[in-house]
Design a protein around this ligand. Structure first.
Ligand SMILES: Cc1cc2nc3c(=O)[nH]c(=O)nc-3n(C[C@H](O)[C@H](O)[C@H](O)COP(=O)(O)O)c2cc1C
Length: 189
């Protein structure tokens, strides 16, 4: 069912989350590429099948097309800050499909450089995460989201939840990288 309220993302109508989980095979990769602003320039067949969109519905769209409202802003800030520092980043992300279903991925996002060294775009490869990883990440994301919802404006929300993300990770690891790799390495398939 489509949400017909004024869309939070420009003129697009945003699917209403149904809570139905979609999944994909362990040997499949969901791939997309974007321009430097995060506008989609490529999506593979697995991306299209799992998200439920046609290629012409995703090309030229900002990548928040599949943003799930339960994903904390702090995770995307970390993703974009890391890419801006010309680093690659791994993140567990819950995505929203066209029919309102959702699907967890472990994304590996990398910058692409032109001949002059400038960033010409980004590339994300995603695989299916183990259930154990989702179960570790989900409660942390719920705490971040609850923190964000306490704040009236987006800037204050993302500042507070980014601080909280740093604190929660510091309880478990030396850095975000150590934390994410401890979860990846514990995955059992
Ligand atoms: C290569 C690349 C892939 C991305 N993949 C996703 C994705 O799968 N899901 C998602 O919600 N955001 C993804 N993003 C981040 C979005 O651009 C955006 O920051 C995020 O959806 C938050 O949207 P918002 O700023 O409207 O809250 C990706 C960004 C890049 C550069």
């Amino acid at each position: 069912m489509l949400d017909t309220r004024p869309a939070a993302r420009g003129a697009r109508s945003v699917p209403r989350p149904t809570g139905v989980e979609r999944t994909f095979a362990a040997d499949e990769l969901i791939v997309s590429k974007t321009d430097p602003r995060g506008v989609i320039t490529y999506a593979n067949d697995v991306f299209l099948r799992v998200s439920g969109y046609d290629l012409d519905q995703v090309l030229g769209q900002p990548h928040n097309l599949i943003r799930h409202p339960d994903m904390p802003r702090a995770v995307f800030k970390l993703l974009w800050d890391t890419l801006a520092a010309r680093q690659e980043v791994f993140a567990y992300i819950d995505n929203l499909a066209a029919d309102g279903g959702h699907y967890w991925v472990l994304a590996h996002v990398t910058p692409s450089y032109g001949a002059d060294g400038a960033v010409v775009g980004y590339h994300s490869n995603r695989r299916r995460p183990a259930r154990s990883a989702v179960e570790r990440v989900r409660p942390l994301y719920q705490r971040l989201l609850a923190e964000e919802r306490r704040h009236p404006n987006a800037r204050a929300a993302v500042e507070a939840s980014s601080r909280l993300l740093g604190e929660l990770i510091a309880e478990q690891a030396q850095s975000y990288d150590d934390w994410i790799w401890s979860i990846i390495n514990d995955e059992e398939h």
